[in-house]
Design a protein around this ligand. Structure first.
Ligand code: GLU
Length: 405
């Protein structure tokens, strides 16, 4: 006698009833699935450097494991790593205020740091300003905290950046926080020190928390991207999130951190003690090597940034030849954000339509702008080998030329 097992009906709790899976991760997963099925796909979906983690970092991690670094650390991370992060933050603050290791919480990737901060600071009734376009997970993480993410449209004439006027217009008495991200994912826009200062001043005046996501800070092409630690005049409601994933080509190691006022660091540590406890010990040792062996890291980062610059320029050269295609000129990160509205039939989701057609007709995977709150756009991650970037840009250009309506 054969029995059939009925599929179970799973009703999500109110916590995740409206949760959308990460669109950036979904595109990468789809590209991998299509490849496994035998299709040739150029994947410019998820933003992750194609470089290997620098050898000296891998070596340091291997040595740490051999030396017995296989057990728990403190929830908030091992002291030498937190000290290295605090030293870097103090240097950015230029001695205007000291940052101690007690203000640092190390997590399993900067995504967890952002979650810790939002979950600890915001809750029902709170509104959090998120510049649009903005990284897909900000919106969902704020919602997971049961707060409301309020999108603030960036200025199309200013690389889709926001300014105090735009923020003030979107604010309400319920506004309790703001998420800043420079260099920005998905646009590659970089806020100048003056622009950032004006925003931080407004936030301080209004009593908002500022979460400054600086994961792309070291990937900047024109001039160094400022940190909020360098420009803030008052760090009492400032959380700076960073990590090793992007600049050090260490996405898989999952190490991010938050630098915040000490009472918040204690709250985030308590939260993390009940979720994941410490970030992987071996990865913390790798991150310590990355942060403390400054000369070797600087060389590795400079090499990668110059490769990203070359790829950016090559992609822009090809795509610059497409009439009516508007692209944000990226000054940092490794993304190209393109407005494909003139090429689509779908007035509500031009980016989705073009991303689907690129995948089906050209074998090119990109992320639709709807993931970032901007459905007229698509995002290309050019953290891929130069020949692939050029070929991908050619295929995008071919589709848009053919598809002009
Ligand atoms: N942050 C990267 C991206 O936007 C990696 C994937 C993710 O975590 O979103 O593509």
């Amino acid at each position: 006698m054969s029995t059939t097992i009925a599929p179970s009906v799973v009703v999500p709790s109110a916590n995740i009833a409206d949760l959308q899976p990460s669109a950036t991760i979904a595109v990468a997963a789809l590209a991998a699935q299509l490849r496994a099925a035998g299709r040739e796909i150029l994947d410019f979906g998820a933003g992750q450097p194609d470089f290997d983690t620098p050898q000296f970092i891998r070596q340091a991690a291997a040595e740490a494991v051999e030396a017995g670094a296989t057990r728990y650390t403190a929830t908030e991370g091992m002291f030498p790593l937190r000290q290295a992060i605090a030293d870097q933050a103090s240097a950015l603050a230029g001695g205007r205020w000291p940052v101690t290791a007690h203000q640092v919480v190390v997590s399993g990737g900067s995504k967890q740091s952002i979650f810790n901060a939002c979950f600890s600071l915001f809750g029902p009734g709170d509104e959090v300003l998120v510049p649009v376009p903005g990284w897909t997970s900000y919106f969902e993480i704020v919602r997971l905290a049961r707060a409301r993410a309020v999108g603030v449209p960036g200025d199309p004439d200013q690389g889709l950046r926001v300014d105090p006027d735009r923020l003030a217009a979107a604010a309400s008495p319920r506004t309790s926080g703001l998420i800043l991200n420079s260099p920005c994912n998905p646009t590659g826009s970089v806020y100048s020190s003056d622009e950032m200062r004006a925003i931080l001043d407004l936030a301080a005046e209004r009593g908002w928390w500022v979460l400054s996501d600086e994961i792309y800070r070291r990937i900047a092409y024109e001039s160094a991207a400022p940190s909020a630690l360098q420009v803030a005049s008052d760090p009492s409601r400032l959380v700076v999130v960073d990590g090793v994933a992007k600049a050090y080509a260490m996405t898989g190691w999952r190490i991010g951190w938050a630098v915040s006022p000490e009472p918040l660091a204690r709250m985030m540590t308590a939260l993390q003690s009940h979720t994941t406890h410490n970030a992987a010990t071996v990865s913390q040792h790798a991150a310590l090597a990355a942060l403390s062996r400054v000369g070797e890291s600087d060389d590795a980062i400079a090499t990668m940034v110059s490769a990203f610059r070359e790829r950016r320029d090559a992609a822009l050269e090809v795509l610059g030849g497409v009439p009516r295609l508007r692209t944000v000129q990226p000054a940092g990160a490794f993304y190209l954000f393109m407005n494909v509205r003139p090429f689509a039939r779908d007035g509500a989701d031009a980016g989705g339509e073009i991303a689907r057609r690129l995948l089906d007709e050209q074998g090119v995977a990109l992320v639709p702008g709807s993931a970032f709150g901007s459905p007229d756009w698509i995002r290309m991650s050019y953290a891929a080998p130069l020949d692939q970037v050029v070929e991908g840009a050619r295929r995008i250009s071919a589709l848009l030329h053919d598809g002009v309506r």
